[in-house]
Every structure is written in structure tokens, then in C-alpha cells.
Ligand binder design. Structure first.
Ligand code: GDP
Length: 369
């Protein structure tokens, strides 16, 4: 037991209780006699060494100083994972400074999406989080949508001051900033774009024409996003690059959907109704009877139920269940941070059990589409 007390990689004390703290080792890995913390394991096996990611506290410490400046804050949010990528505690550190919420990856949403409804919805969410938003702007770095508006809003609200760009990892912050540099400034060099969490390491200052700066801060890691838990090679499948093709399932109660081996959705009780799944097209959905679901998962995880592969399933925390009561009288989404969301297409209410790798954030919200 002795040699298991500290990590053989970094020497930090091992613990199996809090995946957010240093030295975390998944209990099943500890039982197998391993003595390497999850972070070192990932560095070793997935080459994440150079990516000194910022955890939430370090990030907030850096951002705290924004409150003491006169500046504009631009929070880039991933429309595909609003709950997971909205910067928590934003209101605490911005002080009296104006905030622009830039909603990136609009191109992923189906064409029928009503942008006004989306903007209203986001304004409500921001308000509920205590953030007064100067403007909400819909963007796509990929399809070059919304940049004229973003740049003129920035010019308007920065009022001759610096601009801080903040966001969670993988929201497309580098892509957005690169586009601003490319199309709206004289600077030749582009920032590195990477798929992997935490690659925008240092604060990068981009000179503006009046002697102020656009300041790119490191991406913050939110451990409750599935995209932070998976291996590098799986990230590709989870982050959709093409517009999502929503998949509609008519379900009776006691039917189950599997999303690869990442998540399981049980329609436990309620009238027959349809559910629309908004997940990356590369995540196959498998329907079965609730009664058979446990067995199916045990037999086929990492194989028929993939991605991830078997090794990937092992590397994730075990699935854990959350029971959700869908309220009557309105349309709701169940969002699974980093995977996508499921819209409940009736207003008659339902009882749902969602299984996700332990720690992944599951939220219920008014439907956005
Ligand atoms: P950062 O970690 O926030 O700096 O994000 P990156 O700019 O490295 O982008 C993360 C991932 O999101 C990459 O796979 C990008 O291709 C993708 N991405 C960025 N912007 C968009 C967008 O507007 N639409 C879509 N579909 N993907 C995007």
C-alpha cells in the first residue's frame, strides 16, 4: 500500500475521491495497483504534457484583476455546450465592466434555428447567472458569420480601453481571435489553433490601433465537460465539425437510448412521445428496451456501443445515474455537457434517467430550438 501513496509521475499525494483536485486517481485504477495520478497518466499516454491547463481557481485568480481595470470582457461561449462553457462566476470578476457574450459555432445548429429566440434565451440565462450583458452576438468562426457585428460591438463597448477575451477550452476562442486578427487587424501572425484543451497557454496581447490591447486569456478547464474527460483521439468525434443532423426517436416508456458508450438515456415513465437528439453525427445512437439496457451495456460497451473503444470506456469514470422530472407545460432540453442535448417534444411531462460518466454536468433547460 505504501508505494501507492504518492504518484510515481509527479510525486503528489494520491487520492481517489475528488477528480477535480491534484493527485486524483480513479478508484478502479487504484484497485488495480496503479500508482499514477490521472493527470500524469494522460500526459504519459496522450502527450498532453505541454498543455498546462488552467483550472477554475487559477483562471478566476487571473481574471480577478479584470475587475480592477477599465475594460471590455468578451466571453466566447460554445452554442453546442452552453451550460458547460459559460464562464462561471463571470459577474464576480468583471466588476462594472461591460460584457459581450459571443455565441460561437452557430453553424452547427439546424437551419430552422431562430436566432432571435436563441439570443433571448441566452440573455435570460445570463441574467439568471447574475451577468448583465451589453450584447449577445451569434458567431461562427468556421463559416465566418457575425464578425462585422462582433467587431463593431467591441469597438463600441470598449470605449478606448482594453478587451479581455475569456472562454472555456474548445469553444473556438483561438479560431475567433484568429479571424479578428486576419480580417480586422494588420497583424500577420496567427495564433496556434488546436483541438485539445488548454492550448492557448499564456495571455496573448494583440495590439489595437489606439495603443490598447485585445487580450487572449488561457482557456479555462471545466471538469464537468465530457470533452475534458475523454482521450485526445475521441475529442474529434465529440466536437462536431458539421451541422448536426438531429435524430428523432419515438419512444414508449421503458425504452432506452445509448449514445455510443458515453451516455444512456432511459425514458422511464410518461406517455409515448418523441425525443430529438442533438449530438455529433459521429456518435451512433442505439435504441433498446430499458429492461435489457444493463445487460446490453455490460456486453457491448466499447464495441457495438462505441465510441469510445474498450480502452476509452476504461479510462472514463463509471456511468452514474441522474433522475430527471421533465415539467409539464413547456418544451425542455436535457443537456449533457460536451455531448449535446435531447429535446423532449411533448409538454406532457416525463420521467427520465440519464447515465453519464460520473462528474459530467447534466442540466435541464427550456428548449433552445
Ligand atoms: P479554443 O480551445 O477555444 O481556442 O478552440 P479552437 O479554436 O482550438 O477550436 C476548438 C474546436 O472547435 C476545433 O475543432 C475547431 O475546429 C472547432 N471550432 C471552432 N470554431 C468553430 C465554429 O464556429 N464552428 C464549428 N463547427 N467548429 C468550430
Amino acid at each position: 500500500l505504501e508505494q501507492k501513496e504518492s504518484c510515481s509521475g509527479c510525486g503528489v499525494k494520491l487520492q481517489a475521491t475528488d477528480s477535480k483536485q491534484l493527485g486524483y486517481i480513479p478508484p478502479q485504477s487504484l484497485e488495480k495497483g496503479n500508482s499514477i495520478c490521472q493527470r500524469c497518466y494522460r500526459i504519459k499516454h496522450y502527450n498532453e504534457a505541454s498543455e498546462a491547463v488552467l483550472d477554475e481557481n487559477d483562471f478566476l485568480r487571473i481574471l480577478n484583476r479584470i475587475g480592477g481595470t477599465e475594460s471590455l470582457v468578451v466571453n466566447i461561449v460554445d452554442l453546442f455546450d452552453f451550460e458547460g462553457s459559460f464562464v462561471q462566476g463571470l459577474h464576480r470578476f468583471v466588476g462594472g465592466n461591460p460584457v459581450i457574450l459571443a455565441l460561437n459555432k452557430f453553424d452547427l445548429l439546424p437551419k430552422v434555428t431562430n436566432p432571435n429566440k436563441l439570443v433571448n434565451w441566452v440573455q435570460q440565462q445570463a441574467k439568471a447567472n447574475g451577468v448583465k450583458v451589453a450584447e449577445v452576438i451569434i458567431l461562427s468562426a468556421k463559416k465566418n458569420i457575425g464578425f462585422d457585428r462582433l467587431v463593431s460591438a467591441i469597438e463600441h463597448y470598449r470605449d478606448g480601453h482594453d478587451v479581455y477575451v475569456v472562454g472555456a477550452t474548445n469553444v473556438g476562442k483561438s479560431s475567433v481571435i484568429n479571424r479578428i486578427i486576419r480580417d480586422y487587424s494588420e497583424m500577420e501572425e496567427e495564433l496556434t489553433i488546436s483541438q485539445f484543451p488548454g492550448t492557448t497557454l499564456d495571455i496573448i496581447k494583440i495590439p489595437l490601433d489606439d495603443g490598447n490591447y485585445l487580450i487572449d486569456t488561457p482557456g479555462v478547464v471545466y471538469h464537468y465537460r465530457l470533452t475534458e474527460m475523454v482521450r485526445k483521439k475521441e475529442l474529434q468525434a465529440l466536437l462536431p465539425q458539421k451541422p448536426i443532423k438531429p435524430a428523432v426517436y419515438q419512444l414508449n416508456e421503458e425504452q432506452t437510448l445509448f449514445f455510443g458508450s458515453y451516455a444512456r438515456f432511459d425514458f422511464v415513465r410518461g406517455p409515448r412521445q418523441s425525443f430529438t437528439c442533438y449530438v455529433a453525427n459521429s456518435i451512433p445512437i442505439h435504441r433498446t428496451k430499458l429492461q435489457r439496457a444493463d445487460e446490453l451495456y455490460d456486453m457491448h460497451k466499447g464495441e457495438m456501443l462505441a465510441p469510445p473503444d474498450k480502452e476509452g470506456v476504461e479510462a472514463l469514470p463509471p456511468l452514474s445515474r441522474q433522475s430527471i422530472k421533465i415539467p409539464k407545460g413547456k418544451f425542455s432540453d436535457i443537456s449533457i455537457s460536451g455531448l449535446g442535448w435531447i429535446k423532449v417534444n411533448s409538454t406532457e411531462g416525463a420521467e427520465i434517467d440519464v447515465y453519464v460518466p460520473k462528474g459530467v454536468k447534466v442540466s435541464i433547460r427550456d428548449s433552445i430550438i
